[in-house]
Design a protein around this ligand. Structure first.
Ligand SMILES: [Fe+2]
Length: 394
């Protein structure tokens, strides 16, 4: 009897030990996804189910073994102190333009951090990466630029996945999410689940360029959008360059006046757009922008100024468009209308064509110094609208 009790106790301790070890093993909850890509770096973002101390190791994608010698370590650092938590954002820097890098996330679960001078951890391991874990930095000297774009998915995982299946990510420079990928961010986890979770296997290697839509401004956790998509400006509007194309990512904010009852007093987009306008006037003077043979604007709400335009749309048509016209913009890519809209040059004060992509289509963009081509594809992969522009300045 005593021997039997001993065996049961030993078995229970063994199982308890196993489950405790399992609980201490670090895992991803959502992500990783790559964003904020530039010529010299990018940011890797992910969440973990429990507090974990993590780092990102980087090595050139040069076919060499994943050894200790060729790796660089990067941590999430706040004012000189490395950070543990459940939300992780690690900025990788010091890279070379147009080069591919492998990365792996390592972590150890924080089991007790009550002692400021002695923190206890579980074992350190590499967190699992199921798919591609290489990232290519941008390069303004590249001969071409390619990306694909989704918009107005509104949390529909089925449509997201139908539109992204069979994408050849190797030939793409980035993945544009042109707003309203979710209907609101009442819970930050909905952004993780329906955007970065739905894009799992793509966004871990292909950088995300996220143009905030009016729906991403809604909900209790909407202010947390920024930490999920860090940018060079710290704002949802920014400029970057890939190959011959300079991109302006703009944010029209909400579509209705700030005082509209739907916003419960939270909307302050008039001053936000005004501040952005001042930034826009300045950034179009940047040589990186001026020298680009092609100039493309990514903005969720198309800057269409006509009798049907709602408040925010009319504001950007009245205020952003004159600056964009003077800056020689070649194309604006948008969404918002849940149908394909093409506004030809000059049809509403625009000195460039405006394409609002349908919510049921994927838009693919390719460009070289001679011009660009835009093709839309439906969920079955059938090509739809095609637009081509030859660059007359070359
Ligand atoms: Fe929208």
């Amino acid at each position: 009897m005593n021997r039997k009790r001993y065996l049961v106790l030993a078995m229970a301790l063994f199982v308890l030990g196993l489950s405790s070890l399992h609980a201490q093993k670090p895992t991803f909850q959502y992500g990783p996804w790559v964003t904020n890509v530039s010529e010299t770096g990018f940011t890797v973002v992910w969440t973990t189910p429990v507090k974990t101390f993590c780092r990102v190791d980087i090595a050139p994608d040069d076919g060499t073994p994943w050894g200790l010698k060729n790796r660089q370590e990067f941590y999430q650092v706040i004012s000189g102190r490395r950070q543990a938590g459940t939300f992780h954002s690690v900025e990788v820097s010091g890279l070379e333009p147009g080069r591919s890098y492998r990365y792996k996330v390592y972590g150890k679960v924080v089991t007790d951090d009550s002692d400021a001078y002695g923190i206890d951890y579980g074992p350190e391991v590499a967190l699992r990466l199921e798919d591609d874990s290489t990232v290519r930095t941008l390069d303004k000297n590249a001969a071409s630029c390619s990306f694909f774009m989704l918009n107005d998915i509104h949390g529909n995982d089925t449509r997201f996945q139908a539109l992204t299946k069979n994408i050849d990510t190797d030939v793409m420079d980035f993945f544009v999410m042109n707003g309203d990928m979710v209907s609101y961010i009442t819970d930050e986890a909905s952004l993780h689940q329906h955007v970065f979770g739905a894009g799992k296997g793509i966004v871990s290697g292909l950088p995300v360029v996220y143009a905030r839509g009016n729906h991403e401004t809604r909900g209790r956790d909407a202010h947390l959008f920024a930490r999920n998509c860090p940018t060079s400006t710290g704002e949802p509007y920014y400029m970057f360059r890939q190959g011959p194309v300079a991109f302006l990512v703009l944010d029209a904010g909400e579509d209705k006046p700030d005082r509209s009852p739907e916003y419960s007093g939270y909307a302050d987009f008039d001053s936000y757009r005004q501040t952005q306008l001042e930034w826009l006037k300045s950034v179009v003077q940047d040589p990186v922008f001026i020298e680009a043979p092609l100039k493309v604007v990514l903005m969720h709400i198309p800057a269409i100024g006509n009798k049907k335009s709602w408040y925010g749309q009319k504001w950007v048509a009245d205020n952003f468009v004159p600056v964009l016209n003077a800056a020689g913009v070649d194309l604006m890519l948008s969404g918002h209308h849940h149908e394909h809209v093409y506004m030809e040059t000059g049809s509403c004060g625009n000195g460039f064509p405006i394409i609002a992509n349908d919510d049921t289509d994927r838009l693919e963009f390719t460009a070289d110094a001679d011009g660009y081509k835009v093709v839309t594809y439906d969920q079955e992969g059938n090509a739809g609208h095609v637009y081509e522009m030859k660059n007359s300045s070359n």
